[in-house]
Design a protein around this ligand. Sequence first.
Ligand code: TYC
Length: 134
Amino acid sequence: MRGAAVPPARSRPGSDGTVTVAASNPRSPGGGGGDDRSNTAIITRTKPRTKRPSLYRVLLLNDDYTPMEFVVHVVERFFNKSHEDAYQIMMHVHHNGVGECGVFTYEVAETKVTQVMDFARKHQHPLQCVMEKK
Ligand code: TYC
């Protein structure tokens, strides 16, 4: 059977940004039953369809044991914050239980979390770092 489940759309967008169109074939004027082997064309989209990536917050969690100076150092080192900003973030976490160190794409956020967790573990502090989708 020919084209059973496909609607006879004249223009159909593809997932790859191409559009398949039915072009008129002078040898088979409407009505069906004619030769349709050459009446399609691929039109490639010239303007790229860009999608903005999902963003993720990287958060530090408070605990009772990690020294304040260590947290400040972590925020400076892995989130490229000034000493003053890092101190403010650390104090925010200390008082509120959780605080944002930065917002990144998935892979970058994942890398930050791993770097912080590895660094905390190496220094035997229980500091926790997590990511959450915005
Ligand atoms: N609450 C810790 C203390 O009093 C300091 C601290 C701040 C720990 C932020 C973790 O993410 C944190 N030593």
